[in-house]
Design a protein. Structure first.
Length: 76
């Protein structure tokens, strides 16, 4: 989770009718983002992943906490 840089969704007309969509997950590398096609309730999944990313954010400009890194004090 700490490597995710961007997350977005794509839905065409058929996806909207079926209640699914494509989840696009990207990190800061040169590689294209990972596409997860036909994700049911993609809006809910997108919102949940964003919430998980936000909860892992340590409040600094360098992004989320890498695994095993101790939490830092929040700036006020």
């Amino acid at each position: 989770m700490y490597r995710i840089n961007d997350i977005s969704i794509e839905k065409d007309l058929i996806d909207r009718l079926l209640g699914c969509g494509t989840l696009v997950i990207a990190d800061a590398t040169e590689k294209p983002g990972m596409l997860l096609d036909d994700v049911p309730r993609v809006d809910t999944v997108h919102r949940t992943i964003q919430q998980l990313l936000w909860e892992q954010d340590d409040g600094t400009d360098d992004g989320e906490l890498p695994p095993g890194e101790p939490p830092r004090g929040r700036r006020r």
